[in-house]
Design a protein around this ligand. Structure first.
Ligand SMILES: *Cc1c(COP(=O)(O)O)cnc(C)c1O
Length: 433
């Protein structure tokens, strides 16, 4: 399978090149030239995440050095459970896809681990290490650091907006050391993202440090995210012969783009609904047909505080920038902080379940569908992080403490290491050495 830049039909790269470059040389994003089409029977006998992953991702790596490694990469990256929890039965069926059982308790562990497992193997015989440069609005950096920490031949530099991530998120960004350097940037997530883009746009820097990305723009993170949508939709299809609809908390649009791809590859998926926080470029775009990126607003669902979602370029490319086709492909609803709070409390009262602020946006969307729409199909809410990562928001709303998952508790014990910088390229250059 070949990949190309969203901006240049003549460009071409294989999976490994796209992975190593992160972003295409023309500033566009890598997309598969075409998506493989699977029938549901192709997955007969695939009843674990790792086996579904291997079947689904095989066409993308065919013909590259990673092809013989794919089975190992899949079993290494899909080694924690991603349970589909049935919340409600009867006329209105609701399940939650719990994506937060990995090392840093958020869905980004999946893509980060796949990418790290792939890059480590691709760089096994290189002399200079690859430098992974990552801007994070919260969860990306922790997941990437956890995935790359201690791996040979890869160095990781993480930029996060100082004061704009939760205290526990900050711990997970700054506890590493070794081959992981963490930078606390005095600015917003968009500033961090801009700095990373500037570094990539500088051919000297790029070459000297073998810069590579692990943001959700990396195809190596996006593609493995298709796997849990495939797995969940197959398991519902096998038990109910119905195509579920997914409601996905959305910021930079990587998670939801993966779901759209899974559907385009033939998986039994009906609606894909994007739940955004008060940052509304996507819902506004679908409504008006005009793409107007803007500065990001700080909200309770901080990992979704994105004013200019990068992956929009992929989604628009996939549907030829045809607004009617885009409207048919996805829906989007914005949920504000008051509604997030209200929903966290309401869900706890309803059934004793506690969800993080991001997951709560999707819950709010589901609960505010019409009764008819809720009953139409089996809906699946993607739960993107464990609530214990956002305890300072969640605990006052439910009036009790949230138990910390074991893997997270271990990270929180480690000491903090971070360097403060202002959002200027020369500061970043200095750190790169
Ligand atoms: C990153 C993140 C999101 C948003 O995912 P995108 O792929 O950027 O749309 C939602 N929830 C949590 C907990 C996240 O960390």
């Amino acid at each position: 399978m070949k990949f190309r830049s969203t901006r240049d039909p003549e460009s071409s790269a294989d999976f490994c090149t796209a992975l190593e470059r992160g972003i295409a040389p023309d500033g566009g994003l890598y997309v598969p030239v075409s998506l493989p089409r699977h029938s549901i029977d192709d997955f007969d006998g695939c009843d674990t995440l790792a086996t579904v992953a291997e079947c689904l991702l095989r066409p993308f790596v065919e013909g590259t050095a990673l092809a013989p490694e794919l089975a190992d990469i899949c079993s290494e990256s899909f080694s924690f459970p991603i349970p589909l929890l049935r919340l409600q039965d009867g006329p209105e069926q609701l399940s939650v896809l719990e994506l937060f059982h990995g090392p840093t308790a958020a869905f980004k562990d999946v893509g980060a681990r796949f990418l790290a497992a792939s890059l480590e193997r691709m760089n096994a015989d290189r002399e200079r290490p690859l430098t992974i440069l990552v801007a994070t609005s919260g969860d990306t950096g922790g997941a990437v650091a956890a995935a790359f920490h201690g791996r040979p031949n890869v160095r990781t530099v993480i930029l996060y907006p100082l004061g704009l991530v939760s205290p526990r998120q900050e711990k997970q960004l700054t506890c590493w050391g070794g081959n992981v350097t963490t930078l606390a940037v005095k600015g917003s997530f968009d500033d961090c993202q801009r700095l990373v883009k500037q570094a990539f746009a500088d051919p000297g820097l790029r070459e000297a440090h073998r810069l590579s990305s692990a943001n959700s723009i990396s195809i190596g993170r996006l593609l493995p995210q298709t796997v849990y949508y495939a797995f969940a939709s197959l398991s519902l299809w096998r038990s109910e012969a119905r195509r579920p609809g997914f409601i996905i908390p959305t910021g930079n649009l990587g998670n939801a783009q993966a779901c759209v791809w899974a559907r385009s590859m033939g998986l039994p998926i009906a609606d894909v609904i994007l739940a955004t926080n008060a940052n509304r470029p996507i819902p506004d775009f679908l409504e008006s047909g005009e793409w107007r990126p803007r500065d990001s607003l700080a909200t309770l669902a901080s990992a979704m505080d994105v004013g200019n979602p990068s992956n929009m370029e992929r989604l628009r490319w996939q549907f030829n920038d045809d607004i009617e086709a885009l409207r048919a492909a996805v829906g989007a609803i914005s949920v504000d902080d008051a509604q997030i709070r209200e929903q966290i409390a309401a869900e706890f009262q309803r059934n004793g379940r506690v969800w993080c602020p991001h997951t709560a946006t999707a819950m709010w969307v589901y609960r505010h569908f019409s009764e008819k729409r809720r009953a139409e199909k089996h809906w699946v809410v993607a739960a993107t992080a464990h609530p214990a990562k956002f305890e300072e928001i969640v605990e006052p709303l439910i009036g009790r403490s949230v138990e910390i998952p074991e893997q997270l508790a271990a990270l929180l014990e480690l000491p903090v290491k971070a360097t403060r910088i202002t959002p200027e390229l020369d500061q970043l250059t200095k750190v790169l050495g």
